[in-house]
Design a protein around this ligand. Sequence first.
Ligand SMILES: [Zn+2]
Ligand SMILES: [Zn+2]
Length: 421
Amino acid sequence: MSQEGSSSAPLQFPTQTVRGVKDVLPGETPGWRHLEQTCRELFQRYRFQEIRTPIFEFTGLFARSIGAATDIVEKEMYTFADRNGQSLSLRPEGTASVIRAYIQNGLQQESLTRLYYMGPMFRHERPQAGRLRQFHQIGAEVLGAEGPDIDAELLCLLSDLFEQLKLPVTLEINSIGCPDCRPDYVKILQAALNDAKLCDNCQRRQTTNPLRVLDCKEPGCREGTTDAPSIIDHLCGVCDSHFTGVQARLQQMAIPYVINARMVRGLDYYSRTAFEWTTTELGAQNTVAAGGRYDSLNEQLGGKPRPGIGFALGMERLLLLSEPKAEPRADLFVVALGADEEAALLPLIRQMRTAGLTVDRAFGGGSLKSQMKRAGKSGARFTLIVGESELASGEYSLKNMDEGTQESVAADQIIEMIKSA
Ligand SMILES: [Zn+2]
Ligand SMILES: [Zn+2]
């Protein structure tokens, strides 16, 4: 019996998706492709290269990188034993796999590596609008650059992206310090939280991960932490000048941002720069892209000391904010009025497609009227009409569907004609 079903629940019909996952249907795929294409072109301009990692890995990779005590690893991963009894997990995010691949394949020999990826991630969360159990991310990782330049460049790339997509988003930045300064701040924060009335979750976090108390959404916790000490006031000299450096570069490029000292990010591996791009138009799911610096992650996973920084954006959420996109129009719809005409047109249809034209046709024939109806419905720019007399003369009727005009065109002129129209 399924975990979710009780004995009274109807049997799940086997041709339904699993709860929390979704088909992306033909009406939606143009929007997905547009987003992917816009990102690919942008990554290319910034000299990022694509990497494609497997969707499942050893569970230990995620436990070691994301943190064994995080919600993701403790509660949300799809973890299973394979037929050899090895514990595997579907990837809940992209960074761990990219770093694993970077170490395993000798990419860390390069002084600077810029990678991007896109694909599905998996988390067993409570499904809601813009949050699915199979969701899709586009992300980037840069390894080997320590200074604030690359932080600013990455934020610039995202700024370009949101400008191109015309999305109303806000950049929030913070520094969450480093292993030199964060432990002292955590002690100060813990002491300050002693008197606060916190939710059950945060009472636990106060000892395990007190930084997370700062980004709890519970009203009581928000109120209880209004006067909490800010990490920005407790950064060491190096972290402080890094953070100042990032801001100076953003200002030089006229990229607007706000400082959000409460933003601490959910994953253990972050250090120094943390950032989120948020929107007010998606209700509770207000983050569309997020990331930060993870200077110790590569070493933590057994690699060389290589500073890193990256981000991921949620495709579903970005698409909820975007105008729907339509499939491009067909160039031509072919109406053949008999079996002979249809057979005679096959080479031309093939030739037109080879020449780059989008060609649709009515399979199975039908009357002129019914085929013209289909041509109109197809949205094609032109319709080619060929009956007995056209076939005999070699002059075909070409109708411009937008203007309603029709003319005779020699068969060997049609491709040229449509291409130049
Ligand atoms: Zn520091
Ligand atoms: Zn709380």
